[in-house]
Design a protein around this ligand. Sequence first.
Ligand code: SF4
Length: 412
Amino acid sequence: AAAAPFPAGPAPRRATRQVHIRWDGNVVAVGGGAPVVVQSMTNTDTADAIATAIQVKALALAGSEVVRITVNTAEAAKEVPAIREQLDRMGIYVPLVGDFHYNGHKLLTQYPDCAQALSKYRINPGNMGTGKRRDDNFAQMIDVANRHDKPVRIGVNWGSLDQDLLARMMDDNGRRAVPWEASAVMRDCLVVSAIENAQRAESLGMPSDRIILSCKVSNAQDLIAVYRDLSGRCDYPLHLGLTEAGMGSKGIVASTAAMGILLQQGIGDTIRVSLTPEPNGDRSTEVVVAQEILQSLGLRAFAPVVVACPGCGRTSSTVFQELAASIQGYLRAQMPVWRSQYPGVESLHVAVMGCVVNGPGESKFADIGISLPGSGEQPIAPVYIDGERSLTLKGDHIAEEFQALVEDYVSR
Ligand code: SF4
């Protein structure tokens, strides 16, 4: 008998506790069966409240469900309430996460309005000093989080590992019969640091359903190994991200390769794609890429999918590429309004194909599709709706007419 085909689809999500990140009635659930959350980060100077609020708004409108801002100085901490106020005034209730390093304990204690305006704190235990000072600083941050009922992310990074812990683990490794490679010790150190600090936070009174963990590295294979290990050792929700992923296609591909494998295995409850920003300052690409990763894996749907062939020597003109790009841009631009007007619209499939070879087939699989004429073919473009050839477009206005048909399909 023929073997059954491989089942399609990701593994069941790893069972975790659920953490709630809140702002003014807007609750973003992370882990515990909630959809994988997309988040991103600003790169403005947080002391510039207007510029930061504008960028947070742009990221939120692009689809970021949580936005992190740097809080690195007194000036930045003082402006956080003003940023929150600006956003509330604009109707943008996306939760803000404060990213703290070195002086977070001081800033959160000295600026309680900042502590209150943030919805979550990111704590990096690797750069809070060493020894007793480190423990005191960590305890101070957890105390503020407890007093303000805020969740935290204990975010460990390869580039800022806890040096005390690393030294201890290197010593232990030296006593092994067969010592591990240094990189394996470092990976283990990341995982141990995250878990030990989470346990320390719990021992300081933080409820376990207010803790998210991350262990970020900049290499795809290390990320996969670290998160597989981490996910097997705890049930805190996990924030996935390849740190310093890089620019353009390199960053997108590395993030997609690493996170795609982990997500497929049910690992990861919120993701951030860290891309070096475009020279024009546009940060929305990282949000779109994160959404595309989740949608490609079938984990979430954010916007209608446009299936377009790559084009080849049979493509007769640039009409087809232009139509595919304009339909995709148009659909994305409509989503903020359509999402509430037409429930389920994000699952729509639209096909824009370049010739008769695969055009009719792909168009029939889509909810609505068009097969443009390839070179040497009759200058007509059949349109398929719900798998049936419904009408034929021709002439100079095929793009506009097809867009109108898509609009009509969505609103019917
Ligand atoms: Fe080429 Fe036609 Fe295939 Fe598009 S559908 S890649 S134009 S053969």
